[in-house]
Design a protein around this ligand. Structure first.
Ligand code: 1CP
Length: 335
């Protein structure tokens, strides 16, 4: 069994395991080389040979304990009929959402459009050591909806008025998304992935009076599905602040990734009956080595007597020096 599963499933306190969000991609020169020859990002995600190769790049370089499949959360809206473009330095752009087309989609067609991702998982599993986990992932319904309806105004705000004005039935969209996402999880597991992470990257933008409907309920339904199928799961409801506690109580996932705004001691005291993962600010890898080690020490010390998976409080930044990543992994393993 992989170290990640020993921690998630057996709640093994003595076991060490490390992987990083966004470990495959952006900051790695070997990824940039492939990327420079593949301008269309969606096509790259649908190239099973290359996707598998990119997935394994950080494993080969750093011998991490888990691989996360190289893909994107926006492959779901793509498979549901929206055009998805990644514009350099601007982020993703999706064609206008059409409710009728969306409601008309069926799961067979959806799975077929993502078949290359499942093939990439099959190829990767064959080439990945058995003691390492292969992590599948999805975007949580709310986070996908933010992109699908294009309601993010700038980095930290959403345009709720736009939703109200256009009278969009959010709950109906979320409900249908949950079904498709469960299918996507099951397909990835059937192809050979053994853990799933649910990225709710924009959970922190939900107004308080909607947090139950837009964040807790959809994540809970997905976790419930995973538990029924015995799929080890980790949730990442980024930006929830002290509502992480209620999230954990209501959603009850196997693992929860804390973001870098969460104090590790607070997490230890308040997030019970769940495996904790991550927390360290990815910006700390850009600072002096001393600061990085001090930052990491705080997490390692705080969580030394509970089951904990070493990771970050958000993804590795594109400007990260890979040598720093190596130093951080070595420090964690030696302490
Ligand atoms: O231009 C490029 O080279 C593309 C950069 C890139 C990469 C390498 C994007 C565009 N996506 C990815 C891969 C990716 N995305 C992975 C691969 C596996 C790994 O972690 O190593 C994963 C897990 C994701 C997940 C993802 N995509 C999230 C959730 C995690 C998070 O960072 O909060 C989100 C929000 C996205 C959307 C996305 N994909 C890419 C961009 C530029 C964005 C937008 C981010 C934003 O709106 O700020």
């Amino acid at each position: 069994m992989s170290t990640l599963k020993k921690i998630l499933v057996n709640k093994d306190k003595s076991c060490k395991s490390v992987w990083f969000m966004r470990q495959a991609g952006r900051y790695l020169p070997e990824f940039r080389e492939i990327r420079s020859q593949n301008q269309n990002f969606i096509k790259l995600c649908l190239n099973s040979e290359l996707s598998s190769k990119i997935t394994l790049q950080p494993i080969e370089r750093f011998n991490l304990d888990s691989a996360i499949i190289f893909s994107d959360i926006l492959m779901t809206p793509y498979a549901l009929g929206q055009e998805v473009k990644f514009i350099k330095d601007q982020g993703p752009e999706l064609s206008k959402f059409n409710l009728e087309i969306f409601l008309d989609k069926n799961e067979k067609e959806f799975s077929q459009k993502l078949n290359e991702i499942y093939k990439a998982i099959e190829i990767t599993r064959k080439n990945l050591n058995k003691d390492k986990s292969l992590i599948a992932f999805i975007g949580a319904p709310w986070t996908l909806l933010v992109y699908m309806l294009n309601i993010k105004k700038d980095k930290n705000k959403i345009d709720l008025k736009k939703l109200e004005k256009e009278n969009i039935n959010i709950n109906k969209i979320l409900k249908k998304l949950i079904d498709f996402l469960c299918t996507h999880i099951e397909n990835q597991i059937n192809a050979g992935a053994d853990v799933v992470q649910v990225f709710d990257s924009w959970a922190g933008l939900i107004p308080n009076d909607h947090i139950k409907d837009y964040c807790f309920m959809p994540n809970a339904k997905i976790v419930e599905f995973c538990k029924k199928k015995k799929i080890p799961n980790i949730c990442f409801p980024r930006g929830l602040k002290d509502k992480y506690k209620e999230f954990n109580q209501l959603v009850n996932p196997d693992g929860i990734n804390i973001d870098y705004e969460i104090d590790p001691q607070w997490a230890k005291d308040n997030l019970r009956n769940v495996v904790l993962q991550g927390g360290l600010d990815p910006k700390i890898l850009l600072k002096s080595e001393k600061e990085m080690i001090e930052g990491a020490t705080k997490y390692i010390k705080t969580f030394k007597d509970i089951p904990y998976v070493f990771n970050l409080g958000h993804g590795l930044l594109p400007e990260t020096d890979p040598d720093r990543v190596m130093k951080l992994i070595k420090f964690y393993r030696n302490n």
